[in-house]
Design a protein around this ligand. Sequence first.
Ligand SMILES: Nc1ncnc2c1ncn2[C@@H]1O[C@H](COP(=O)(O)OP(=O)(O)O)[C@@H](O)[C@H]1O
Ligand SMILES: Nc1ccn([C@@H]2O[C@H](COP(=O)(O)OP(=O)(O)O)[C@@H](O)[C@H]2O)c(=O)n1
Length: 653
Amino acid sequence: MEFIDLPPLQKAAGSVRLPGSKSISNRVLLLAALAEGETLVEDLLDSDDTRVMRGAIVALGVKTMEEGKALRVFGCGGRFPKLKADIFVGNSGLSIRTLVPAIVTSLSGCADVDAEVRLSGVPRMHERPIGDLVDGLKQLGACVEWLGQEGYPPLALKPALLGAERVSVRGNVSSQFLTGLLQAAPLVARDKPLTIDVEGELISRPYVEITLNLMERFGVIVQREGWNRFVVPAAQRYVSPGRIAVEGDASTASYFLAAGALGGGPVRVVGAGRKSIQGDVKFADALATMGAEITWGDDWIEARAPTSGKLKAFDLDLNHIPDAAMTLAVAALFADGPSTLRNIGSWRVKETDRIAAMATELRKLGATVEEFPESITVTPPAGLNPAVIDTYEDHRVAMCFSLATLGGPYVRINDPRCVNKTFPEYFTTFAGIATPVPVVAIDGPSASGKGTVGALVARILGFEHLDSGALYRIVALAALRKGVALDDETSLASIAAALPARFEDGLVLLDGDDVTEAIRSEACSVGASRVAVLPAVRDALFWRQRSYRTGSGLVAEGRDMGSVIFPDAGVKIFLTASVEARAERRYKQLIDKGMAAKMDDLLKDLYERDARDSQRAVAPLKRGDDAVLLDTSGITVQQAVDFVIERASSLRN
Ligand SMILES: Nc1ncnc2c1ncn2[C@@H]1O[C@H](COP(=O)(O)OP(=O)(O)O)[C@@H](O)[C@H]1O
Ligand SMILES: Nc1ccn([C@@H]2O[C@H](COP(=O)(O)OP(=O)(O)O)[C@@H](O)[C@H]2O)c(=O)n1
């Protein structure tokens, strides 16, 4: 499984230009395709879902042409020219739910009896309901055949004359059904007006407002009576506005605004603001309810943490912003008590069952989550656990969980490419406003001075200090004490996974025993280097080592700090010295501690350990291209420390 590891963050601040709105891009593409005249679409989002829509209109015979970053769409004037097509809609709910009604209108009165348009998607798409929409279309006279399970894609559309003046559609499963009917309505209401009645409470109304707004930009006015009846007057045609610029995506804005509120800020999103037609900008109001400071501009919004430093718990009806609400579920981890997200039943039929998915993943971070049919309550833990987040092919799960890193833990996001659905550059853009807890990684062979230099550098910078070698030494000591063989990988890995060890006030404690001296014995040195070749032991210590990355920063020393454990370390040093110099140092250290030592034995041991450390298959000791070489053979400790500090000082906040 592909994954991306996101490091713990200290803060988030900066400015982000939002990618184009998915909701607007896909509506505009379809309306421009159906309109009379050419439309130059600017700032169009380039993502999986918009490619689905672009591919579909082209498959239906509409011509498009790229002009720099813009796309020129040559409108077909209301009827798609090509009506024999197989269209793959991936997992784009909006695409299929708006394409189907539009295609059905083109098939009305089509003389070619062989005309047929088939639409199918990924397996999850075949579990997302479309029956209510098709019921509506059938009231108009459409011919729709189910190719799989009734009520779900895939389906086939065939020629049939449309003629009714009234149609009703359910509004409480997905507002996309209504959007699809509305956009196709002027193509049906040629001679007589068409009335669309909404059964049940209409959910996600702001998305319908986007639809109405864009239809108006293309010359079609809809009369709205409350939110239950929409009348499309007769004889209206879609006419290109000539040029249209797509606003920045307000749902995407939610991740960055939340980052500002949770991570200090300010974070400004540019591309959607006070004048936006997208309901999701209201997410900023929800953040304000939590105490975040929000500032609005015409086309930008800025968020920063409350001056009190602590976000407040909330209990909100989020029916109007179902997508951005997922971001709030993660923000709830940072609140001062349990928060409830209400009226989010539509989450159950999105890319995945989002209520179940969010509950499962929030629990991995340590939260207590109560799940209800249409709401969830999130109680934050005292501190967040590091977690491996599964994403269920759901871009929003991937994006919103990146925010948990602002609470201190590492977060691994599985299958991160699912963000391609709406924002392929998400993780790079997020990294652009994020300040990770800095790391100075010092790797090198035995007695090169890592421990001595590392401890001094950590003290000067005010950073934590991780002596990773000590962890391998403790595993060896625990194994020796329990009589476990040093090549029994399974038993050693379980010892490593549950190592009852602590570092306190310069002491190393194992099961409460002071083993500071004991782990420096030659038996433990050799033992450590033997257990360290075992992959299962290294895996068992992986997250434990990462958990030291907290506070203002970390100096980590060992063999694979820069290559494996902290590959994104801001400073990487490869510390070395000649074998003779190192043997002499080790000799002196042992004698000073009153321990027995023989020069010849030490030299032999160093050669053997160097060989084992650098030749092993996993995480071998090796200077990476990105590590700075420092040979300490002929320099003092102070000089070595100065060298590292000079490179690391920029990491200090
Ligand atoms: N230039 C130097 N840099 C680091 N250590 C040095 C230097 N010169 C002498 N030493 C001594 O060498 C020893 C290095 O041991 P240590 O820090 O335990 O190394 P490591 O952690 O790499 O095994 C210490 O006793 C240290 O005082
Ligand atoms: N990150 C690390 C640190 C230590 N080790 C192993 O653990 C042993 C003891 O590490 P150490 O850093 O305490 O050893 P010295 O350099 O102090 O002799 C080393 O010989 C390595 O084999 C490792 O494999 N990876």
